[in-house]
Design a protein around this ligand. Structure first.
Ligand code: PEP
Ligand code: MN
Length: 263
């Protein structure tokens, strides 16, 4: 179902009147984790001012250590929703448990399935039974074929509104948090009819190279990019070393707009 062989034209995903995959490139931005109302509010304001339409924020966090901040859960989704309503933004957040999918659809406009859950087939199927768009991230060590099959799981349940997201894969290289597989973008665009995003934050784990990486992603034909922004990254409860602060985000988007004025 995801193959371009059977559907030659691009699929366009509609999110509250915003279109993804129609040739116009988009930015999804927001904090790694939802922490408190004012934190999300500060980021949402910047996202809105920079012309963004979609706010991200993790409420269910798949952390490496069980002793790290696990997210605010449904409370976090409510904060995200409340803030987004004030700024007329759409909301995307990761859901990790199939049992939470239905309830989460009351708060999110896009369901995110994280890299660690790309192979969680029950979660994929549950997301496929909703009518919400799904942003599916590539697994940490997933081949493109496995990635496309994961999307197939969602679509097989009737939900065709899927955005693929390349977020870097595990390699021996430690200079970046993950290795961005830039060739995934044109391959996925060629082999599927789905929109393809690049998460510039998790693929690099480095604020200092976000701009060239984002330019590369947009130049190679990504339908959009995802980036993490926090009012005070140093004290963030997750991913403190890689999030941009609000000034950095403003500069980041302004620089990108010099080459991509439509952004
Ligand atoms: C995220 O986007 O919050 C996240 C955890 O990313 P990934 O699943 O790509 O690691
Ligand atoms: Mn993060």
């Amino acid at each position: 179902l995801v193959s371009r062989k059977n559907k030659p034209e691009d699929s366009v995903v509609n999110v509250l009147g915003e279109t993804i995959g129609d040739g116009k490139q988009r930015i999804i931005a927001g904090p790694c984790s939802v922490e408190y109302y004012e934190q999300v509010d500060a980021v949402a304001k910047a996202v809105k001012e920079q012309g963004g339409k979609i706010l991200r924020g993790g409420a269910f966090k798949p952390r490496t250590s069980p002793y790290d901040f696990q997210g605010l859960g449904m409370e976090g989704l409510k904060i995200l929703r409340d803030v987004a309503r004030n700024y007329d933004l759409a909301v995307i957040s990761e859901i990790v448990n199939p049992a939470d999918i239905q309830e989460a659809t009351e708060y999110v406009d896009i369901i995110q399935i994280g890299a660690r859950n790309m192979h969680n087939f029950e979660l994929l199927k549950e997301a496929g039974r909703t009518s919400k768009p799904v942003l599916l991230k590539r697994g940490l060590a997933a081949t493109l074929s496995e990635f496309m099959n994961a999307a197939e799981y969602i679509m097989s349940q009737g939900n065709g509104d899927i955005i693929l997201c390349e977020r870097g894969i595990r390699t021996y290289e430690r200079a970046t948090r993950n290795t961005l597989d830039i060739s995934a973008v044109p391959i996925l665009k060629q082999e599927t009819h789905l929109p393809v995003f690049v998460d510039v934050t998790h693929s690099t784990g480095r604020r200092d190279i976000l701009l060239p990486i984002a330019k590369a992603a947009l130049a190679i034909g990504a339908d959009g990019i995802m980036a993490e922004v926090h009012p005070d990254p140093a004290v963030a409860l997750s991913d403190a070393t890689q999030q941009m602060d609000i000034n950095q985000y403003n500069e980041f988007v302004s620089s990108l707009k010099q080459t991509y004025p439509e952004l």
